[in-house]
Design a protein around this ligand. Structure first.
Ligand SMILES: Cc1cc2nc3c(=O)[nH]c(=O)nc-3n(C[C@H](O)[C@H](O)[C@H](O)COP(=O)(O)O)c2cc1C
Ligand code: SF4
Ligand code: SF4
Length: 257
């Protein structure tokens, strides 16, 4: 018996959810998917696997696609229980259907698919909530994690339903990935940057290199906005400017505290 939970996270919502669920479940390991992709042997022999990741532009992150189609496919795990938890900003739409298709292509089927509405970190469109609204939202997230954690502990079954037109939306999402990497051209480093390199160290896809003491984007971006939200100087500006003004959001390490 070996159990693992793998997660992808940009601004930190999904990481906190992964660790909160991990505290409720008998797991052997909780890993960022980048670590599992670097060393797939970490997952060999796993029979219970969890995946936690955000929805970006109505589908999974591009790295999640590679993790499923390349790493999990090659591992050919004999899973007794596979659960998928999607974190989102209130518009999950086709993400579960797309994930279900990717898993099927890699030879897997999820036993349980759940989702949790979080603070939406997509600052180009949405206003970041003030601390009062965050407190209310975090309490709801904690309740949802508690419910999902209990259902996972009982190994309940909740399979994804494929929505109408899911094949078409899957194709459109897949094509959109081709343009995503270049979207970091909208990030502008301002004079407030101190060159601390936190953005480069924490980018989940190593898309930032420090050159001459300043971050340079390498055009393989996930658009997770982790660098933007985490920068201690708020030195990453956007061009064009966010529709509802600048705002920053850092989730707590745990929603259960
Ligand atoms: C680029 C981007 C695109 C997003 N697209 C969607 C979306 O299509 N539907 C949705 O409900 N939430 C969307 N969100 C919100 C995120 O799914 C949500 O905030 C998530 O919890 C972020 O997780 P993370 O902090 O682990 O990256 C988007 C966020 C970003 C940054
Ligand atoms: S985290 Fe902010 S201050 Fe630090 S290097 Fe990156 S942009 Fe500059
Ligand atoms: S460079 Fe792109 S992928 Fe890296 S942290 Fe920033 S938004 Fe995310």
């Amino acid at each position: 018996m070996k159990s693992a939970l793998c997660y992808f996270s940009g601004a930190g919502n999904s990481k906190a959810v992964a660790h909160d669920l991990g505290s409720m479940l008998p797991l052997d390991s909780i890993l960022p998917i980048a670590d599992a992709m670097k060393d797939p042997s970490l997952l060999e022999g796993t029979d219970t696997l969890g995946l936690v990741f955000p929805i970006y532009f109505y589908g999974p992150p591009a790295l999640m696609k590679r993790f499923i189609l390349e790493t999990l496919h090659a591992l050919d795990l004999q899973l007794d229980y596979l659960f998928v938890i999607l974190t989102h900003g209130g518009m999950p739409f086709y993400a579960a259907s797309i994930t279900d298709r990717l898993l099927a292509e890699a030879g897997y089927a999820a036993s349980y698919v759940g989702s949790i509405a979080m603070v939406d970190t997509y600052v180009p469109l949405f206003r970041m909530p003030d601390s009062k609204k965050q407190t209310v939202k975090h309490a709801k997230i904690a309740q949802r994690i508690e419910k999902i954690g209990k259902e996972l502990l009982e190994q309940q079954l909740k399979v994804a339903t494929r929505l109408p037109l899911s094949r078409l939306l899957h194709t459109m999402w897949d094509r959109s990935l081709e343009l995503r990497g270049e979207k970091d051209r909208h990030f502008v480093i301002t004079d407030a940057c101190t060159g601390c390199a936190l953005c480069a160290r924490t980018c989940p896809v190593k898309n930032i290199s420090m050159e001459g003491g300043k971050p340079t984007f390498l055009h393989a971006c996930e658009q997770c906005f982790g660098c933007y939200h985490r920068c201690p100087e708020h030195a990453i500006a956007l061009d064009p400017k966010p529709l509802r003004g600048y705002g920053w959001y850092t989730p707590p390490k745990s929603f259960k505290a």
